[in-house]
Ligand binder design. Structure first.
Ligand code: DGT
Ligand code: CA
Ligand code: CA
Ligand code: ZN
Length: 578
């Protein structure tokens, strides 16, 4: 067991003792030990008593407990309390705003010891009238349960993608595995994934001889717990809870499996209906004739789609939104690709909350192959540390221009700002300053709780400002952490289109804002889209690929996205400078 897992056991025990009404001194000593375990560089599972006692925050009794955990993987005190309250209390503790005190209260008042039971109690009205359960508190709990249900069990695309790469690299070390491809929602580029589907093929994946390959998969060092180990499928959980299904498939039916496990389910259902009408059956092994069972296509996706009379389509389009009909009519749009993107026009530097300088960002962007960037640091604002005021914004213009000159045309560096939209829709910087910048992005970073009417009016007022050229991360969401704020997106997109204000697709994998559906809506209403990385360091410039997947899911073409153009045409495509 690693230090982090040991720290978690200690922290959970502290919470459980507190729920149990235990001695606060004991609670504190577990908490302190948990923090120490989290922070120490000593390997706790192999350390001896002396080494453990040298760690700040670990005394004799905690050292003994750590050794017990190291040898048994368990902690007696924790197991006893879990037997009393049920494992559901641990889950309950993870709800936002929920601490041991509230859990103790819920338990004492109505034996509520899990999210399930809490949801039930809220719905049935049973919580009302319990001590300290006012309408406000109940509403807070209801929202916590809802948020949890929406996000529980899903993971961000970047997490899934990084894990998939790591596992694929490991699988490829095995001699008989020749190819590993992610399928499922990750291959379709969804912003979050429920579980990870990986398909492997090669000589070691042929039927009857998958044994050694299965053992290799099962020995993956990142496995937290094994769910199932079969003849051609291994399922397990990673430490953070993400489930992974690895399937070993014969080369001859790899295409059929890839098609099937890529989905989506809806796409597969429509495609299978089409196959049936044409006299075929389609499953994860093959496309075969209905009358005599003879396989007609199985090795590649392309063959399967071709026999069914439809053009092959990118996985991002396979959501059963009419793509099969379009492909059958040979009318699929040529959707945008990451390689089409020529510039990145939303990034921060050390002048506000970024980690690298203007020059460092420019050099790194050049390395990404971009033709231009814009430096768009935060404006001054209550909540933002180190945002630029008018004076510093004007000074930065000179610095950006100096870097632009120093790059000698290898890459253009535009001036810009990410100016805050105040609660009433006014902007945080004077017009005279905004007028001097190339790329003015207006973004909402506060008062997310405003009503739909207020937020819509606020955003509309912001884009009426003649210097605003891009509306930044238009819904303010943080994936799996903060819901989008309420806003009439159609009204905003319609007005933005009239004014020539572009809508941002913020490609940071924690935002991906606008999402695929809103991107489609914005396009329909005539808006231009600009995709940007919103980088706060040179390292995150490379994350634009996650955003490109969302543009593709919205079926956007290069013509819909302004920064597929060269520098001059990009600027010309923005709202004219007033
Ligand atoms: P997720 O994991 O919730 O992010 O979404 P997916 O799309 O990865 O779903 P998953 O992992 O349950 O299944 C992977 C693919 O397998 C899915 O996209 C389509 C295919 N599949 C799964 N179940 C069915 C089914 O009942 N019928 C059909 N036609 N295909 C299925
Ligand atoms: Ca999946
Ligand atoms: Ca799956
Ligand atoms: Zn922002």
């Amino acid at each position: 067991m690693d230090n982090k897992a040991m720290a978690r056991l200690l922290a959970e025990t502290a919470d459980l003792i507190e729920i149990d009404g235990g001695d606060s001194f004991r609670v504190r000593s577990y908490r302190r030990a948990a923090e120490a375990a989290e922070q120490t560089t000593v390997n706790l599972s192999s350390a001896d008593t002396e080494q453990l006692l040298e760690i700040d925050g670990i005394g004799k009794s905690m050292a003994a407990k750590l050794q017990a955990i190291a040898s048994t993987g368990k902690l007696e005190q924790r197991d006893e309390l879990l037997a009393k309250y049920g494992v559901g209390v641990l889950e309950l503790l993870r709800l936002p705003g929920m601490g041991p005190k509230t859990v103790a209260l819920l338990w004492a008042a109505a034996q509520i010891g899990s999210i399930e039971l809490l949801a039930e109690a809220i719905e049935s009205g049973r919580l009302k009238g319990l001590p300290r359960m006012g309408a406000k508190q109940i509403e807070k709990l209801r929202k916590g349960v809802e948020d949890h249900r929406r996000s529980s069990g899903r993971f961000r695309i970047d997490t899934a993608d990084e894990e998939a790469r790591r596992i694929a690299a490991y699988l490829m070390q095995f001699k008989g595995i020749a190819k590993v491809t992610p399928a499922g929602s990750l291959r379709r580029g969804r912003e979050t994934v429920g579980d990870l589907d990986l398909l492997a093929t090669g000589p070691a994946c042929e039927p009857e001889r998958t044994g050694p390959a299965v053992e290799h998969v099962a020995a993956y060092p990142g496995i937290y717990n094994m769910i199932a180990k079969g003849e051609n499928k291994v399922s397990f959980n990673l430490e953070q809870g993400l489930q992974v299904d690895v399937r070993l498939l014969p080369t001859a039916s790899y295409g059929a499996a890839l098609q099937y496990f890529t989905g989506s389910k809806g796409h597969n259902v429509t495609l299978r209906q089409r196959a049936l009408k044409m006299g075929y059956t389609l499953n994860e092994w093959a496309l075969a004739r209905l009358d005599n069972g003879e396989t007609v296509a199985a090795a590649t996706e392309e063959e399967i789609y071709a026999v069914l009379g439809v053009d092959w389509m990118p996985p991002e389009m396979r959501e059963n939104l009419g793509e099969i009909e379009l492909a059958a009519a040979h009318k699929l749009p040529g959707i945008v690709a990451l390689e089409d993107i020529c510039g990145d026009v939303h990034m921060h530097t050390t002048d506000s909350d970024g980690h690298d300088s203007i020059r460092e960002m420019a050099d790194a962007a050049l390395g990404c192959g971009y033709k231009y960037i814009a430096i768009t640091d935060h404006s001054k604002f209550l909540g933002v540390t180190n945002g630029l005021d008018e004076k510093r914004a004007l000074e930065q213009i000179k610095q950006v221009q100096a870097v632009d000159r120093a790059m000698e045309g290898r890459i253009r560096v535009f001036t810009g700002i990410e100016v805050d939209v105040l609660a009433d829709g006014a902007l945080a910087l004077d017009d005279e300053v905004l007028a001097q910048l190339d790329v003015v992005i207006a973004s909402v970073h506060s008062r997310f709780e405003q009503s739909r009417e207020e937020m819509t009016a606020r955003t509309l007022r912001a884009i009426e400002n003649p210097y605003v050229r891009i509306l930044g991360h238009p819904t303010g969401r943080l994936l799996l952490r903060r819901e989008p704020f309420a806003i009439d997106m159609a009204a905003v997109a319609k007005r933005a289109a009239e004014l020539g204000v572009a809508m941002e697709h913020n490609a940071s994998p924690e935002r991906l804002d606008l999402n695929d559906r809103d991107l489609r809506l914005a396009k329909e209403l005539g808006c231009s889209i600009v995709m940007s990385s919103d980088s706060h360091s040179t390292r995150s410039l490379g994350r634009m690929g996650y955003g490109a997947r969302q543009l593709r899911r919205a079926w956007l073409t290069p013509g819909d996205v302004l920064n597929t153009r060269n520098a001059k045409d990009f600027l010309a495509g923005l709202r004219p400078r007033a």
